[in-house]
Design a protein around this ligand. Structure first.
Ligand SMILES: *Cc1c(COP(=O)(O)O)cnc(C)c1O
Length: 376
């Protein structure tokens, strides 16, 4: 199904999916059909199983891209008089803060530089100082740079203070271990088109059952009300409004392949090998990572752009694309960077192939290899 001219996406969603996952979409389904609703049911169970949340949590899927589910989670879980603390070390943390503004939820932020991890000790102090904070909203892997934040440490602190934790685990879910039995959280958000290697179009929120039960009437929006979606789905087995049927069956097929591969350990292991091969290969070209190795998640890597007058990202992008790979622009404002994803369905040859394409692309542009920018 992937034709020779289809490029490999080295982007953190949408990403490259398998032929089997794409083939699952060649059939139409009715939203009332019991076979389809069975698929929704088993999808929700499997998603819970990935975080061992069967006994304590509920999986509520929602139509739309990942951000829709983040917004729905904040709007449903945080009461209108709630107060959200958002520690910020990148673009996706910023997006959560923006959502709080749109939803009129009281917001406090705490800022880090984009190469730093969020620190549990800071959260501890901030929660001690301000008892009015009801929730902490944390991004697990900050996809804007690739930083991995110390989720478990922060979750323990938030729980000790008796506040709620909402985790944007969009780009880590399914590849980096999160265990609901030992890492306490009220809600965790992810989506179909990231590490589960489905196609984009639906997100899901894994919410603590006892918390979700208290969430009637919090949401500002009918379409984004996860409580209502949950109650309706429990009663009817159906989605409240038109489900993204093809996305659902593609995710179901992608999950079968996830278990066949060996689940989280195998998926995370493959991405870690991709990440290491990428960093090593790029280092040989003189291209260095923006982050220290110690804080780098094996999901997406930010590289300094070559410090060369012949370099410009748009040309570089097109030259790499002509050679079969789609890369990603940087998201930093101060420093010129680009990003390369380590996730998606491509074989062990994918990363070496991409590094070779990057070498050729830069050479064709007259960029001298072995020279890179230093941190500004
Ligand atoms: C991909 C992603 C999202 C969702 O982005 P969409 O563009 O709505 O799919 C949210 N948070 C993080 C950390 C992500 O990587």
């Amino acid at each position: 199904m992937t034709t020779p001219s289809d490029p490999i996406l080295l982007t953190p969603g949408p990403l490259t999916t398998s032929a089997r996952t794409k083939e699952a979409m060649l059939r139409d389904w009715g939203s009332w059909d019991s076979d389809f609703n069975q698929i929704t049911g088993r999808l929700r169970e499997q998603i819970l199983r990935i975080v061992h949340g069967e006994a304590t949590h509920e999986c509520v899927p929602l139509q739309g891209s990942g951000t829709f589910s983040v917004e729905a989670a904040i709007g449903t879980l945080v009461p209108r008089d709630g107060h959200v603390l958002v520690p910020i070390n990148g673009a996706y943390c910023q997006r959560i803060a923006k959502i709080c503004g749109y939803l009129n939820r009281r917001l406090s932020t705490y800022e880090y530089t984009e190469s730093e991890q969020i620190r549990a000790a800071d959260i501890d102090r901030l929660l001690k100082e301000d008892p009015s904070i009801t929730h902490v909203a944390l991004v697990h892997c900050e996809t804007g740079t690739g930083v991995l934040n110390p989720l478990d440490e922060i979750a323990q602190v938030v729980a000790r203070h008796g506040r709620g934790l909402i985790i944007d685990a969009m780009s880590s879910f399914g590849a980096i271990e999160i265990d609901a039995r030992t890492t306490p959280f009220d809600a965790l958000i992810a989506a179909s088109g990231k590490c589960l290697e489905g196609v984009p179009g639906m997100g899901f929120v894994i919410a603590r059952r006892t918390v979700l039960e208290q969430c009637a009437g919090n949401s500002h929006s009918l379409a984004m009300d996860l409580y209502d979606q949950w109650v309706y789905m429990r009663k009817t087995t159906q989605w409240r409004f038109t489900p993204p049927t093809h996305v659902v069956v593609a995710l179901d097929t992608a999950l079968q392949q996830y278990w066949e591969e060996g689940g989280l350990a195998a998926r995370g292991g493959r991405y870690a090998r991709n990440c290491q091969a990428l960093i090593d290969g790029m280092a040989e070209l003189g291209l260095n990572t923006f982050l220290d190795h110690a804080v780098q998640a094996p999901i997406i890597v930010t590289f300094h752009a070559p410090d060369d007058p012949n370099y410009d990202f748009k040309t570089f992008y097109q030259e790499v694309k002509r050679r079969g790979y789609i890369i990603y622009p940087g998201k930093l404002t101060q420093i010129e960077t680009f990003r390369i994803g380590c996730i998606g369905h491509f074989g062990e040859a994918g990363i070496p192939g991409a590094v070779a394409a990057i070498r050729e692309a830069l050479t064709s542009m007259g960029v001298q290899l072995g020279r890179t920018a230093t941190v500004a």
